[in-house]
Design a binder for this molecule. Sequence first.
Ligand SMILES: [Zn+2]
Length: 343
Amino acid sequence: MAAVALADRLATGTVLGAEGYVFELERRGYVKAGAFVPEAVLDFPDAVVELHREFLRAGADVMVALTYYAHREKLRQVGRESDLEAMNRQAVRLARQVAAEGGALVAGNVCNTWAYDPRDAATAGVVRAMYAEQLGWAADEGIDFVIAETNDYLGEALIALEVIQELGLPAVVTLASTQPARTWDGYDYVEACKILADHGAAVVGLNCDRGPVTMLPLIARIRDAVDCAVAAQPVPYRTNETSPTMESLRAEGSGRVFPLALDPFSCTRFEMADFAVAARDLGVTYVGICCGAGPHHVRAMAEALGRTVPASKYSPSMDLHPILGTAAPSRDRDVLDAWNVSP
Ligand SMILES: [Zn+2]
């Protein structure tokens, strides 16, 4: 199945993105929390393929090559610098393999490097070289566009954008929004998106960190400020005004819950479906989900956007449930009462 280009999809409908690969593969036992380096790309490629396929079946339009944190700085930290090229190339091959099964697009992926320092001009060159080698390999393997994401600094995002443009590829550039209003180099998030759009990014916006409730108001302001397409990919966690990001969420008595104890704050599939519709209604054309995502979220989002996807074959039919469905009246009264006890 041939893939329709990103620009055409954005012009005619909503592109659905599914990310959070590193988080999900960590939960499945294939990625080490802390470092969060996607070693599974080389060590357990079948696990990566499986997750790609689950997101594809759930309706994702883009298979994002799992090169998040597969950059030189991170691989050095885990002692796998010699695997750098193999990991980056293999990640694109796995994404391509699954994308071809459903006409999805393939995105190359770079992220914040932790090597950028706006006060030290030399770091810009280091970052640029890291992006250039990762994306050079990705372009060589064959990608449709690039997502540069979780950018804490506008300066670092602009370096990624430049490298992507030098490769002649469309760029989706999204910011991390861990601070209340500004990037780490002091740009208001809305202004930063405007600058990225002015520099030629095809899509700008936010991903990760914020849940739907705290991302939407900021996204609405970004949507109003730029002419290009906008992306919104929140984490499926119940962030709020006091704790606008998953990093700032706190559980009573036990303190910080990021990143390993976020489960009680998880959004349901219905909340993510509502988010998808709300984002679309704001004029967001690249709607997605980030760390914490499961295929059930993605399918619910796709269906809320009016689609029937391969995994819809197994979407809920609660009328078939023995207690909650149409057969319930034939059940023993005591059984029904046990389900209906209210405190
Ligand atoms: Zn994320």
